[in-house]
Design a protein around this ligand. Structure first.
Ligand code: COA
Length: 372
């Protein structure tokens, strides 16, 4: 096959399948093996980072930035804490942007306005402040300032007005770590495309946040809870079949890369089980978990009858929904909370892309009208 034929084949592949399988970047940050169901982040399995006794979001953020040769400061936890304090001082001038009704729109607007000129750690530290302050402003509640004593995860819970305990902070750390990076997903790709133009960090981050807005990437956990609510106390099969008959997708099921159950679903199940061992609400949590497992198994069976050729198993968002719900995070903040964790990966990818000095500029195939 000559070069022209190879190019034509690549163009066809890209056009037919939304760039599936097309390699656009070399990365040292994470690796997804969709057949084996394995996720490596910063050189170790996601579960090894997330389920470690001393798991901390700060540690994975540091490692990702180191691998991207982005020179994180030696006291990254201190720098993030300072960034949260500084972002909180901005809140009065950002209050109009933060009060925008949709949580993702609010985060986008506040990041665009407040993040101009900020460096990577300034932005990483600002996101949980914007999410929490936006939520409190929209609910008409007084703001809660960040605290120097708390970790990133514990401070996020505190700024949202949620109870803070070691077990709860650890569960949120496990969540933020697990979602911190995941190959060249849509939002990471968006960030890298903008970084490749030579833009500074804020617009790259805003592009990534914008790519999280749609339900196909990052927006499924809220609808997963709606599904669990709708099927509570009844047989889920009829509900699931009615959804498919109406042309809707089952949220939290299926993945572009994984052909087995998403390994992150296992991490969150384990994290939920740990939380249930500690939490006062454990009977309710255990019952919710049992119901979710029933819905997952039924959805798998229903989808496999429809698509025997394509395994559609639970993805990260299925158990994200349960974990964030168990922590008391309101469902309208789920995508924004995902962004708080994924931002570590985005910022490392932005740095990694910059180092290549190469513009990302794929081709399109013209199918429009020709001049008369
Ligand atoms: N429910 C019902 N059908 C689904 C499905 C789901 N969750 N996921 C995929 N399918 C079906 C599609 O309808 C399509 O069927 P068709 O060929 O008869 O049209 C087929 O499987 C392939 O779907 P496609 O959209 O081409 O696959 P993809 O790799 O691009 O999709 C997702 C990946 C994640 C976008 C897709 O599985 C999805 O929409 N899932 C639900 C949303 C979700 O949970 N998103 C979070 C992802 S982490």
């Amino acid at each position: 096959m000559d070069n022209a034929e190879l190019c034509a084949q690549a163009a066809l592949l890209a056009r037919a399948s939304g760039l599936a399988g097309v390699v656009v970047a070399d990365t040292r940050l994470s690796h997804v093996d969709g057949e084996a169901g394995e996720l490596l982040i910063a050189g170790a399995r996601a579960e090894a980072w997330a389920l470690a006794e001393d798991a901390a979001f700060e540690a994975i953020a540091r490692r990702l930035l180191e691998l991207a040769e982005a020179s994180p400061p030696s006291d990254l936890a201190g720098a993030l804490s300072l960034a949260r304090q500084q972002a909180f001082l901005q809140v009065p001038e950002l209050s109009r942007a933060l009060a925008v009704p949709d949580a993702m729109d609010s985060l986008l607007a506040a990041t665009a306005q407040g993040g101009a000129g900020s460096d990577q750690l300034g932005l990483l530290g600002a996101l949980p402040v914007y999410v929490a302050a936006g939520a409190r402003l929209r609910a008409g509640l007084p703001l809660i300032a960040p605290s120097r004593e708390r970790s990133h995860a514990a401070d996020f819970l505190s700024m949202l007005g949620l109870p803070v305990s070691r077990a709860r902070a650890r569960a949120l750390d496990a969540y933020l770590i697990t979602v911190s990076d995941h190959g060249l997903n849509a939002s990471t790709f968006a960030a890298r495309v903008v970084a490749s133009t030579g833009a500074d960090t804020m617009p790259c981050l805003v592009a990534a946040l914008a790519a999280l807005k749609g339900p196909l990437h990052g927006g499924a956990p809220g609808p997963v809870l709606d599904m669990l609510d709708a099927t509570e106390g009844s047989e889920p099969k009829a509900w699931l079949e009615a959804e498919l008959a109406a042309g809707r997708r089952i949220m939290g099921m299926g993945h572009r890369i994984y052909r087995v159950r998403d390994p992150r679903a296992f991490v969150f199940e384990r994290t939920l089980a740990r939380l249930a061992e500690q939490a006062a609400s454990s009977p309710a949590l255990a019952a919710r978990l049992a119901h979710a497992r029933r819905v997952e198994q039924t959805a798998e069976a229903v989808l496999s009858a429809r698509h025997p050729e394509r395994p559609l198993r639970a993805n990260v968002e299925f158990y994200t929904a349960l974990l964030l719900e168990a922590l008391g995070i309101p469902r309208e903040l789920f995508s924004a909370t995902f962004a708080v964790g994924r931002a570590a990966g985005w910022l490392a990818h932005i740095a990694e892309q910059r180092r290549t000095g190469k513009l990302i500029r794929p081709a399109s195939r013209y199918v429009g009208p020709l001049p008369a």
